[in-house]
Design a protein around this ligand. Sequence first.
Ligand code: AMP
Ligand code: GLY
Length: 419
Amino acid sequence: MAKDKKVLVIGGGGREHSIVEAFSRSPQVARIYCAPGNAGTALLAENVPLKDTDIEGLEKFAKDNSVDLTVVGPEAALAEGIVDSFRAAGLRIFGHTKAAARIETSKEFAKQVMARYDVPTAAYRTFTDYSQAFEYVSSRPFPAVLKYDGLAAGKGVVIAQDIKEAETALKDMLLDGRFGIGKVVIEDFLTGPEFSFMCFVSGNRIWPMPLAQDHKRAFDGDKGPNTGGMGAYTSLPFISDADQKYALEKIMRKVAEGMVSEGSPLTGVLYGGLMKTSCGIKVIEFNARFGDPETEVVLPLLKSDAYEIFSAVADGKDAAAPQWSSETTMGVVLASKGYPGSYQKGFEILGTENVEGMVFHMGTKRENGSLLTSGGRVLMCVAKGENLAQVRRKVYDDVSRISCTNLYFRKDIAHIAFE
Ligand code: AMP
Ligand code: GLY
C-alpha cells in the first residue's frame, strides 16, 4: 500500500487533534493538514490559517494541494453546507450534508425523525407562540426542559425548575429573540446516567465506536455551570452488552435508515447523547459530528487504518468493520480558570513533554517557542490501560506533570465507577 494520501482536517480543538493523531497512524497517509489547528496539531500536521467556516478558502486549499480526503470536525461548517460545496466541486469529504446535519441543527426535525422511526425519546411539543408555550409548560410537571430549536452554542437548553424559570427562558427564546427568531421544543425531564454513543454512518451502513461518558459540569461532584465537557472515559460500568445492542439496533441504526428514507443519508458521525432511564435507554439529543472530549478517549482505541473507514463513509461505500482495542481510556481536561465564563489567555504551559500518556491540545498556541493557553478548554491528558483504576492513576499522574498558573481540572472523572 502506497503511503501517498493527503488529508485535510477542519477544526482546531482537541477533537481535531485526536482525528489528526488517528490519521498519523495510517499506513496510507503521507501528509496531514489541519485548518486552523493548534499548537498540538502542529506536531503531527501542517496547520493552515483558514477558519473552519471559510468554505471557499478551504475548497481552494483542497484543490490546490490535491487533498485526497477532507474531514470536518465542527458542526458550524456542516450547518453552512461545506459538504454540499465540496461534493459539487468533485472533492471527497467526510461529514454530513446540510440537510443531513439537521439531525443536530434542528431539534424539531430530530424529534420528528425519532417519532417517525419509533426511536425512544422524551415526550415533547413544539411552539413558536409564547402564550401557547407558557400555557403548555404550566400544565406539565417540573422540572421542564426547554430547547431552543437551532444551533445555540450549547446554551439553548434550559432545565426550568419552576414556572418562574420557565417564564424567563421562554421570554428569552420566543419574545426577546436572544438566539434569533425560532421555535422552542418543550420536553419531559428524564433522569438516569447519560452516555455518548458515536457511530460511523454511511447511508444504511453503521459502524459503532466504543461508548464514552462525558462530564459536562465544571466542578467535582457534577456541580457548577455546564461546559463543553471536562473529561471522559470509556468502559462504562453501568452499560451492559444488551444495553449497547439495544442502543445500536433500536436507536442508532433506526436513525441511519430513517435518514436514508428521508432522502438525507448520513455520511459522517452520528453522535447519540443517550440516557439510561428506569424505562430503558432514551435519546436526549443527536449531534452530527464527533463529540469533544469523547473523541479524544475513543479514537486512541482505533486499531484499524483511519483512512479506510473515513474514506468508506465519505464515499458512501461498504468497508470492513473497524477494529477497536479492548483497553480502557480516561481523559482529564485542563481548562482556563473562569471557564465556561470569562477567562484570560496567554499563560505559559510547561511540562507537556513529560507526559507519559497522550496529551491533546484543545486551545493552545505557540509564540516565540513558548506554549500558551489560548482557549477555555486548553489541554486534555488521556491515558490508556487495562482498567479504570489503572488509567485513573496514570492520567492524574500526567496531569500533575503539567504546570500552568491559570488552569483547573476535575479530580473525579469516572466517579460513577468508583462510588
Ligand atoms: P443538549 O444540548 O440537548 O445536549 O442538552 C444539554 C443537557 O441538558 C443534556 O446533556 C442533559 O444533561 C440535559 N437534558 C437535555 N434534555 C433533557 C431531558 N429531556 N431530560 C433531562 N435532561 C435533559
Ligand atoms: N461533549 C459533548 C459534545 O461534543 O457535544
